[in-house]
Design a protein around this ligand. Structure first.
Ligand code: FAD
Length: 1002
């Protein structure tokens, strides 16, 4: 039997129905979740609608009658008139249509009141959205009841609208059962409708509680055995219900806590103020909670009667005049933005009278919604996260699109220079609260003002735009309100964008993201600050990389041997190369792949790079030399100098990093600046003017050669493991070829053995003069040894990548060059004793060592020559300064003919050598390394000797001081001299030149 038919039977047959109910119930018992609360077994709560969930028609009628001058009580009397057969009862049983009801009801009212009663207007009012809103306290209660596993029902005496829809202004999803009188054809207090409701709930009367505002309805329910609560006002009714159920029905207001002692506000005077403001007569007590967020302007949740509000106030105590301006938030920005369509909470009132709660405050409507505290949005699907962030971005666009003039916000802040002002404020605030030196911040303080973006637009900026300042719709990705406008002003919209992206880079445990920054301990705050500054500095470094990534690529000309470019321009942009013998006025064509003989001829982005490098050398590198020099003599000299690390960071941030990788090796500019060899020659020469500079720009040997080797021949795994840290300057490396027991200028002599053993190669050998091996940052040894001693002489060698922490690597001693140790890298003598390396560490393949060694020294072959020109230029510059100021035998040294001759000789030799370096570089660019072999050999023959001569002349002019470590001359000389072996002995280069001369030119 269907339930509807069953209900249609007369009341006397209820006994049979009770049996049915029992049966029905036992059928469903299995699946129903029964919940017991402290011995009580209530399993459902049934709500009447009008007067319980929404305002009662009777209450609405009372006010309406006053406003329309209708005798009080007319509507209520008319409701009851006619009993079961009166118009109202027939209407709510669905027996008559709305028009008939209104006609009959209107007539009745008019007869009773002896005046015309516009019942249509009353009906429209009762059913309007404005009036028929569910009480928030009931919404909360229903949510809590369902959360505990109880069922909910609405049992409503309602009616049909003309279009056939029933009047039920509720979210049906809140209820397990909805019983509507107009649909069922019966209405309260008819017991059958209660029974129907119970049957649908599958419960006994005693298992449910019924709430209604009308006595007869309650009486009928009670007579069936249902527990009842008379609803006089929703708040009190919910309290009674709580008592019956034994658990709270108040949703905890998310993100709130009890008011902290120090944040208390006088409740009584606030309550009085609110009652006057909202016109509330009787009510329960004022409920006050404090929000977790809104730390600088304390923010409170208020519940008073049916009102839920948010109060935002100034903090107590003396404040700077412009700080915490809640008045500004209320009257300027929030109102204007609401009008402009930006979702902000509805503001209700501003109270500037400090006598109420001690400070001015303003009130907003409480907007229930979700605040996502964790920006990683745990528990959400990727698509949901995307939707949330899209909504966040949309609302930001909306803020930034507000028409300042139309919104009356043109004077809301200063126009222009927002970011420079912000940066200055940060610096000032940082300095004011600084407790210790944070290196990254010091760097940022210097770097930021020099790299500020140009402000393109002025818009409203929120100033604290992050996910947890947004209130989201509980069910869809929609921002209901943007909160906390305290820092808003006019400014650069990109600042908000950048700020909102911060969460992407911070770990989600970061207290800043969790709104716990103010509760962190001093130690935590210190660590956090440092972490953030380091992060910011990483961005500066990335910006540095971007500088050369954005440079247009230079394509070397295709194989046009000896393609000398047209007239070249000298450069004297910085004064460093004013020695050029080429007239200043010549044009600077800077064609691609050209032989540019002076920095002035470089294409504009490279010239700009050159100028930046020059500035960096003058501002940072030369002034750092004395400290770096004394570190090399200090006890901890085998540890890297912190100043070097600092300067490396700064160079990175300036885009002065990894400039060495030539375009031919790295055509996509994945790793370096994509300069041609000629372009790099000019920059490398400049770096060569200081012994410390190459490392600062990550352009020093032997790392450059090793990096190039990895770029050219490394597998992706090898690159990931070794190339990346080297490119980033986090690691260093060495190259191990030379052996004490054999003449290593002939690489075929190399004896170290590389033997295969299962999945490994086992190395045994004795090496020396291994530059950089003593450096604690050295992680990789590029090792050359023999895998196949019986193969043809050039196929016996192989190259292996050996991690420096592999067991069996024994450093015997550091070697010295004229007594210089070159700490911390040094030049070490080492033994390899049964060093096992996985087979995948082989580069390119067995027997390919020679090929690799050649490639390794490709462009890198002339880097030393480029730097030697730099050594020589610096030596000559020092010499010139010295001889001008030093007087002997009655006149400055510069007036001595021999000194003048030395200066002239040095200038000429430098120019000759430079031209040869540039020519070799140019040939490498346009004809390839093989075609440039002769020129490479020639310059290698020339450059170290030339440098030795020039430096030696400078030392001579300095007198004994020239040999001391007070000047870089002695070290320059030692290096130049060493390079007559280290870059291959002069004789070997001479032999190459002679062979080629004889072969090609006879
Ligand atoms: C400061 C410094 C750093 C170094 N760094 C490294 C490094 O990182 N890794 C590495 O593996 N090695 C390094 N070396 C070693 C360097 O590469 C070798 O010293 C160089 O290859 C010469 O080898 P050798 O010393 O065994 O001299 P030998 O081969 O013994 O030669 C000795 C001399 O014989 C003469 N000679 C050789 N061949 C000829 C010829 N064909 N015609 C006429 N005369 C000839 C030359 O005068 C030569 O100087 C470095 C050396 C120095 C000084």
């Amino acid at each position: 039997m269907c339930i509807r038919r069953l209900l249609q039977c007369p009341p006397l047959q209820w006994a049979r129905r009770a049996a049915f109910l029992k049966h029905f119930q036992s059928d469903h018992q299995e699946t129903h979740r029964w919940t017991h609360f402290g011995g009580s077994t209530y399993r459902a709560v049934i709500f009447d609608m009008g007067g319980v969930l929404i305002p009662s028609p009777a209450g609405v009628a009372a006010e309406w009658e006053i406003q329309n001058h209708i005798p009080s009580g007319t509507i209520m009397k008319a409701f009851k008139e006619g009993g079961e057969n009166g118009p109202w009862m027939r209407f709510i049983r669905g027996e008559i249509k709305v028009q008939d009801f209104l006609q009959e009801f209107g007539r009745l009212c008019s007869e009773m009141s002896k005046t015309s009663v516009p019942v249509d207007s009353f009906f429209s009012l009762v059913t309007s959205e404005q009036v028929s809103k569910q009480f928030p306290v009931m919404t909360e209660a229903i949510t809590q009841i369902r959360a505990k596993g109880l069922r909910t029902a609405v049992l409503s005496n309602n009616f049909y609208f003309p279009e056939g829809r029933s009047f039920l202004p509720l979210d049906r999803k809140q209820f397990d059962v909805v019983v509507e009188s107009c649909l069922e054809g019966i209405c309260k207090p008819d017991p059958r409708i209660y029974q129907l409701c119970l049957e649908r709930l599958g419960l006994q009367p005693s298992e449910s509680i019924f709430l209604d505002d009308l006595g007869p309805n309650l009486k009928a329910a009670a007579s069936l055995g249902i527990h009842t609560i008379k609803v006089r006002d929703p708040e009190t009714a919910v309290k009674e219900l709580e008592a019956l159920l034994g658990f709270t029905l108040r949703a905890s207001i998310p993100n709130t806590r009890p008011v902290r002692k120090t944040m208390e506000i006088p409740k009584e005077s606030l309550e009085k103020y609110l009652k006057d403001l909202l016109g509330i007569q009787t009510t329960g007590p004022l409920e006050l909670l404090q929000f977790d967020h809104g730390q600088s302007n304390p923010t409170y949740y208020i519940r008073l009667a049916n009102h839920q509000l948010v109060l935002r106030k100034k903090p107590p105590g003396a404040l700077l005049p412009s700080a915490h301006a809640v008045e500004r938030e209320f009257s300027r920005i929030m109102k204007a933005l609401a009008k402009a369509g930006v979702p902000v909470p509805n503001v209700v009132d501003l109270c500037e009278d400090s006598s109420v709660i001690g400070t001015p405050f303003y009130l907003m409507e409480y907007c229930p919604g979700l605040i996502y505290k964790d920006p990683s949005l745990p528990g959400l699907e990727p698509s949901q996260r995307r939707a949330i962030y899209t909504a966040m971005n949309r609302v930001l666009c909306k803020i930034h699109s507000v028409d300042l003039q139309a919104a009356g916000l043109e004077d809301y802040g200063k126009h222009g220079d927002y970011i420079p002002r912000q940066v200055q404020t940060w610096i000032k605030q940082y300095r004011a609260s600084e407790t210790s030196t944070i290196l990254a911040m010091e760097r940022l303080i210097e770097w930021l003002p020099l790299h500020l973006p140009h402000q393109q637009r002025t818009t409203v900026v929120h100033g604290d735009f992050r996910l947890d300042n947004l209130l989201f719709h509980p069910e869809k990705p929609e921002v209901l309100a943007v909160l906390d406008w305290e820092l808003s002003t006019l400014g650069d919209p990109l600042a908000d964008v950048a700020y909102s992206c911060m969460a992407h880079y911070l770990p989600s445990s970061c207290p800043v993201l969790r709104g716990q920054a103010s509760s962190a301990t001093a130690e935590q705050t210190g660590k956090l600050t440092e972490f953030m500054f380091n992060l910011a500095w990483d961005f500066a470094v990335k910006e540095g990389f971007r500088v050369f990534k954005e440079m247009p690529v230079t394509k070397p000309l295709t194989r046009s041997y000896h393609a000398w470019a047209g007239p070249q321009s000298p450069l004297s942009p910085t004064g460093t190369r004013s020695y050029s013998s080429i007239p200043e006025a010549s044009p600077a064509p800077a064609s691609k792949g050209a032989l540019v003989i002076s920095p002035g001829g470089l294409r504009p982005p490279v010239r700009e790079l050159y100028e930046r490098l020059d500035r960096f050398m003058k501002q940072r590198v030369y002034p750092a030399e004395p400290e770096l020099q004394s570190h090399q003599a200090a006890e901890d000299r085998w540890r890297p100098a912190p100043l070097i690390e600092d300067l490396k960071e700064k160079a990175k941030a300036e885009g002065l990093w990894n400039l060495f990788l030539p375009l031919e090796t790295d055509p996509e500019k994945k790793y370096g600046a994509g300069l041609t060899n000629v372009e790099y020659a000019h920059l490398c020469e400049l770096m060569g003017t200081s012994l410390y500079a190459p490392e600062i720009f990550n352009c020093s040997a032997p790392d450059t050669g090793n990096m190039e080797l990895l770029v050219r021949y490394g597998t992706e795994e090898q690159k990931a493991r070794w190339l990346t840290p080297l490119l980033e300057g986090r690691a260093r490396s060495c190259f191990a070829m030379t052996e004490p027991q054999v003449a290593s200028s002939d690489a075929t002599n190399i004896e170290a053995s590389i033997r295969e053993e299962d999945r490994f190669y086992v190395i045994n050998g004795h090496k020396w003069w291994i530059t950089g091996v003593l450096d604690p940052r050295c992680q990789l040894c590029v090792f050359m040894g023999k895998t196949d001693p019986h193969a043809p002489s050039h196929q016996q060698q192989s190259v292996l990548l050996v991690p420096m922490d592999t067991p069996g690597i024994k450093i015997i001693r550091p070697l010295t060059v004229y007594g210089l140790e070159d700490a911390p890298g040094g030049h070490g003598e080492i033994r390899f004793e049964h060093v096992r390396v996985p087979k995948e560490n082989m580069v390119l393949g067995r027997g390919r060592g020679f090929e690799i060694a050649q490639g390794r020294l490709g462009p890198g072959r002339i880097h030393h020559c480029m730097r030697l020109i730099g050594f020589s230029e610096r030596a000559l510059a020092l010499m010139k300064a010295r001889v001008k100021s030093r007087v002997a035998f009655g006149k400055p040294l510069v007036e001595q003919g021999t000194v003048l001759a030395d200066i002239a000789q040095s200038r000429v030799e430098i120019e000759q050598a430079r031209l040869l370096v540039l020519k070799a570089a140019h040939l490498m660019d346009v004809a390839g390394n093989k075609a440039a072999a002769l020129d490479i050999a020639m310059i290698k023959m020339v450059a170290p000797s030339m440098a030795c001569h020039v430096i030696d002349r400078a030392i001579q002019a300095f007198g004994a001081a020239g040999l001391s470590s007070d000047y870089p001359l002695a070290q320059f000389f030692a290096w130049a001299r060493a390079l007559r072996f280290a870059d291959g002995p002069d004789e070997v280069h001479r032999a190459t030149v002679a062979k080629m001369e004889l072969k090609h030119r006879t």
